[in-house]
Ligand binder design. Sequence first.
Ligand SMILES: [Zn+2]
Length: 128
Amino acid sequence: MNQDLPADVADALATLLSADTPVNVALRRQVPHLGVLERCTCGCGTAYFDLDTGKVEPAPTGPGTLVAAEAQLLTEAGECPGEVLVFTQGGYLSWLEVCSWSDDIDVTLSVARDWMQPRSTPERPASG
Ligand SMILES: [Zn+2]
């Protein structure tokens, strides 16, 4: 159990990295060593990670920045107000991004926890 990781981030990572793929398994092993460097100031919950890469094994993603896991948000009313993405750089957890597509629904990581629908698509290169 990692005391440094805020509960909303820890819960989101547990949901997002729940697949039994080699990449997810390796990334789950990094979580106990993970801290949060800074969070987005708008309150959305986006978090930039601090990870001692000397203490963990990289996930087998190869070099570069990838979307290692993602979840679409689906509310009880059937709306899709956004998504949550986990990015890795060189196989190491790098940041978690909360994206909002809605003008009406305030998407934050703490509310997103109840709405996350993890996708089973494999990791893909980050665009942009
Ligand atoms: Zn933000």
